[in-house]
Design a protein around this ligand. Structure first.
Ligand code: CO
Length: 280
């Protein structure tokens, strides 16, 4: 089989900002140099051991027209929504929320001290799924399988398939791949990523290379087309995410927590929210 290796075609560093009730975070997709990367609309990292940076959390706010994916590495986050769903995200766990036609929810750190470290990714929905009923997939840390690879490389598969392991996230229209890979110092791995998908790597910790391009901690590398990407750790090792999904190639109309295809649909979402119609 003729494999084509993906390379880094664009590097984005995050922009420091705050959102919700004063949560300090780094926005990597969704502002600055990378407004979007179809179908990805936003990618945030929040990492702090200072409660002043996160304790306000994200009180009640709506979403419509896309999916929010939260992956928590450290800390504990409570969530609750207007349909009566609630739960607690644990360290190492994830939540894949398909907002669809919309809901109002809160995401609040439960802890009062210590490290909070996590990520939120927004994945767009195609026109015919934007008004679907909301759906949650709450994933406990134990439900995320990992592949133990040569040289001590470990790959946790949240969504999609890699190294003979299938992630627990199911039934997502863009067929996502989301892998969290830990590489010991000076190791490398080739990760298959289907050619039809848009893909990026994110250096969550340490430093290394993707497709031969050096990436520092906190930088994202957008990948070219191809069938696989080569990852290599530097002398201190690294933790890198590989994220991919099918692009939608649809018009994007975006206003805060609403992402639709047209301005008219955005206006409708704002009216629905003001009238209390965005709830399950
Ligand atoms: Co939210």
């Amino acid at each position: 089989m003729d494999q084509r290796k993906r390379t880094v075609v664009n590097i984005a560093e995050g922009v420091r900002t705050s959102d919700g009730a004063g949560v300090r975070l780094t926005r990597i997709i969704g502002s600055g140099r990378m407004m979007d990367l179809d179908p990805f609309l936003l990618f945030d990292e929040f990492k702090s051991d200072n409660p002043d940076d996160y304790i306000g959390g994200f009180p009640d706010h709506p979403h419509r027209g896309f999916e929010t994916v939260t992956y928590l590495i450290a800390g504990v986050v409570d969530h609750a929504d207007s349909a009566g769903n609630s739960g607690t995200l644990q360290p190492g766990g994830a939540q894949w929320m398909t907002a669809g036609r919309g809901l109002v929810h809160s995401e609040l750190p439960k802890q009062k001290e210590g490290l909070l470290w996590g990520f939120q990714l927004w994945v767009n929905l195609p026109a015919d799924s934007k008004m679907a009923p909301p759906r949650y997939q709450d994933i406990t840390p134990e439900a995320i399988p990992h592949a133990q690879l040569p040289d001590g490389v470990v790959a946790r598969v949240l969504a999609g398939q890699a190294f003979g392991v299938t992630g627990p996230v199911e039934g997502i229209v863009t067929i996502p791949l989301y892998i969290d890979i830990s590489l010991p110092p000076n190791t490398s791995i080739s990760v298959p990523v289907e050619d039809e998908k848009s893909a990026f790597v994110y250096m969550a910790e340490g430093e290394g290379e993707a497709g031969g391009t050096a990436l520092a901690a906190g930088t994202l590398g957008q990948l070219s087309k191809g069938d696989s990407v080569e990852l290599a750790a530097g002398s201190s090792g690294c933790r890198v995410f590989v994220v991919a999904a099918k692009p939608l190639n649809e018009p994007v109309a975006r206003w805060g927590p609403f992402v639709m295809n047209t301005d008219e649909e955005i206006e409708q979402a704002i009216q629905d929210y003001r009238a209390g119609r965005i709830r399950d």
